[in-house]
Design a protein. Sequence first.
Length: 291
Amino acid sequence: MITVSGLTKKYGDRTVVDQVSFELEPGTVTGFLGPNGAGKSTTMRMITGLVPASAGHALVAGRPYTELPNPGAVMGTLLDAAGVHPGRTGRTHLRLLAATLGVPDRRVDEVLEMVDLTGAGGRRIGGYSLGMRQRLGIAAALLADPPVLMFDEPANGLDPEGIRWMRDLLRGHAARGGTVLLSSHLLGEVEHTVDRLLVIGSGRIVADGPIRELLAGSGTEVRALDPASFAAALTEAGLEVQHRDGDVLVVPGVDPEHVGALAAAGGHALIDLRRSGRGLEELFFQLTEAS
Ligand SMILES: Nc1ncnc2c1ncn2[C@@H]1O[C@H](COP(=O)(O)OP(=O)(O)OP(=O)(O)O)[C@@H](O)[C@H]1O
């Protein structure tokens, strides 16, 4: 649904997005993750044509977004929740958008209901909280019920309940075959929402894969009653053993099942056996620092 190829943005001699390529498939939620200033917003703006690319291209449903006959009916975007007229009511704002999208007025009430703004629809946007503006922006993106949703930092201003609500909304969209790209600079916000992670650091994609694979432990941590003799047994079995924090043995690239079976076979008593989980946090910092 979205194909991004070699997308690059230069401001003067600074390259802020550098050869970014990815494809997004229907039925998945992809998290676009990176620290502030990594290039997420610029990439999303290039996908919509709001910012012209210095090189590369982005296609939505096979065409540049701006060349689609009714772009908002193909991809709903949340890029800048502040860009609305503060004097208008939420309902009027959505009605004007609905008219340009060719969407009937009754859909406005449906989306207001979906984002829990039915009661506030008649109030001026200038009096909305940041979270309410985010919800209004999401309502606008949903108006034409587009198959693709692209949200830049949608959790901004939402409370934990709001974040859970958004998670259900985006997961529900993907479950119905939709395609979702959402950006965040906070791992915890997207960890339980996304199927796949695209991590960007200093304008470059530094990791791309199913979240489960990116988070999978890379080995085993084990503590034995007699660490020295168990370490010798592991080495004898041809495994690499690293020592950590005194008595913790780390066996890279080997599952706990295998390490446990070796312990049982050799009669070694274990105190602790676990997959060495690279926390998402750690992965994130490693990747972004490396870039
Ligand atoms: N119009 C512009 N002119 C010059 N530099 C810009 C412009 N827009 C963005 N940048 C720079 O490009 C880099 C990437 O910015 P971008 O907003 O895409 O990052 P981001 O990952 O979305 O971060 P954030 O979460 O802070 O929005 C930043 O260093 C920013 O200062």
